[in-house]
Write a protein that binds this ligand. Sequence first.
Ligand code: XIL
Length: 367
Amino acid sequence: MKKKYIFLLVLAVCFIGLTSCNNEYLYTEPNNPVTTRTDTSESLKDSPFPFGLAVSVNYLKNDECYKEIVKGEVTRISTENAMKMNVISRGRKEYNWIDPDYIVGFAHNNNLKIHGHTLLWYRQTPQWIANFKGEKEDWIEIMKEYIFDVVGRYKGKVSSWDVINEVINDNGEVYEKNGSNENLWMKNIGIEYIDLAFHFAHEADPDALLFYNEYGYEYSQSRRKGVNELVNSLKKRGVPIHGIGLQMHTNINHPISDLRNSIIMLADSTKLQVHISELDVSLNPKHDPALKLTDELLKRQQVHYCEIVKAMNRIPKEQQFGITCWGVIDSSSYMAPNPDWPLLFDNYYQKKPAYQGVIEGFNVGVN
Ligand code: XIL
């Protein structure tokens, strides 16, 4: 009898402990194995969840070694610029499909999945959109045309899309104007453009997984709140959203606990698939032009990559959409030409310690 009471008491204490957990500190280093896999990963390709790289058409066309890395290392690619509106759209119903078609062909020949980035963003929109004059209905019409034409063309070829990119400002609000940046869709249609964009994309390809992509979840409580509220309101209204992209352009000075917590929290508070969608770990966040690369910096970067991978490995399997690094070799990073080395491969196409960090992260708990 006594034993039973003690057991119940322990259970109650655990329960109170769990429910009073401050959301900010959900992450605890687990004692139990992360996974029941018995095979260790040796390359990015045999990862426990999809691992991808963002690719540039110019590099794919002109740099054989770059191309070989992409073909040999990953199972999914994201389109760094090739599927942005300023690349594809030349005017109403006028398209330039050269770059996106090239990527689709490359992926098809090499059996790679494509994550399409990005249908609507306030940046990298073509000039004709900025000049467009019309009523709300006209804006909805041009948005619908664009989404139908792009998603329709790549139906069954692009398996997932960032439908909307970056609409939350630093106060956690969906914005029309952030500094000098105007979100023309928001300005001319209103916040419902977000719902509509997801519905149109879903109609154009009902099998594609649809994502909302955002930055700053790892470092700002108000951005985190804004994203959670937006995503949960979309879900409540039955908007077809399947996942959320957390960009994570981060750096070695950023506390690892924030990065881990953000992944766990995002999974927990949205219950959607989680994509670390634009990962890079800068070694030179202050853009010091004289910074020299050292083994110590590379080691710190290795630990960051490892911990991010471990956190992805810890969320429920069905929510692990995976991780995508924002580029292949350091010099192809969008942080260049600052002296920086944020990616997994160096400029000689060699695997960096960061790469080993990712593999270590994959293999934690494999027995
Ligand atoms: C960047 C590309 O990497 C650059 O080549 C381009 O000049 C600007 O855009 N967040 C995003 C990405 O969602 O689309 C951005 O990509 C990086 C920040």
